[in-house]
Design a protein around this ligand. Sequence first.
Ligand code: NAP
Length: 310
Amino acid sequence: MITVYFAAGAARWPSYEAPLRQALAEAGITAALSPDCTDPAQVDYIIFAPGGDISDFTPFTRCKAVLNLWAGVEKIVGNTSLTQPLCRMVDPGLTAGMVEWVLGHSLRHHLRMDRHILNPAHIWDPTCPPLAAERPVTVLGLGALGLACATALRAVGFPVTGWSRSEKHHPGLRCLSGPQGLQQALTGAEIVVLLLPKTPETENILNADSLGWVAKGAAILNPGRGDLIDDTALLAALDAGHLGHATLDVFRTEPLPQDHPFWAHPGITVTPHIAAETRPATASRVVVENIARAEAGAPLLHLVDRARGY
Ligand code: NAP
């Protein structure tokens, strides 16, 4: 019998309890699963989420893994008391949600849908949009989410460039990497999707210089993290007419303060960090798969590299 402590916050427990118990049963694992912890030294696994119930991991001396329910780990990766292996979330439900958000907002900009949805003057403008094949898209980040989105955008017909830290080869995608590949990746892009983690290297990756490389009129989609964009440079590029639009799901401060200029800017669409969320049914199976692997002595999936920060 193993002990699994659900420390991802009391509010999440009702939606996770049944799927976690089911996934444990399906995996043949006998576990004491609880949102309460009386003896940290007896805990084998911690299921965690930012804002959860632990800030000091030191007393969890037997813990074999901390299983994060979020894909992004920037709020926990720097916790020096967390010496146990840390796994982040790669969940098919989360990925599917992100693909839908990115496809929907890409197509909105590609098809210039707003011209017809918001047309109070009833202007009859028969200009047809180009085909997707004529609209270059760049996805910054080719991880679990970025690659799924790049692949879906490619399937619609967009020529897609992906950019990552390490060199990659994916059929149908132009893959660039490293600091030296960034300018090439952004040059001429008409839609840019940000799916990078927040790390010291990625902060303000879109700034006055790099925004200057994208095509005039480009749309920026940011479902990654608010810190990836220099807010002032973004507003300046929109006001100068260099950028056509920005659809932002994530912000340096969330909820986005009411007096933040993004709310009122006509070139910005704000979505309230809803691009994708971890789905209990699918995520519970991912968590339990990792518990099963650890119990069998197999390597953990989705292990966070502390040095890289993601
Ligand atoms: P992931 O699998 O870890 O992928 C991260 C990608 O970013 C990788 O391709 C990585 O390159 C690349 N990268 C990291 N640092 C880089 C650098 N300095 N230069 C170039 N490329 C770099 O992460 P994921 O699961 O796709 O998630 C991405 C992010 O999405 C999360 O960190 C989170 O911030 C965000 N997110 C947002 C929502 C939402 O609702 N808005 C939901 C979930 C996640 P390598 O492949 O070479 O390592």
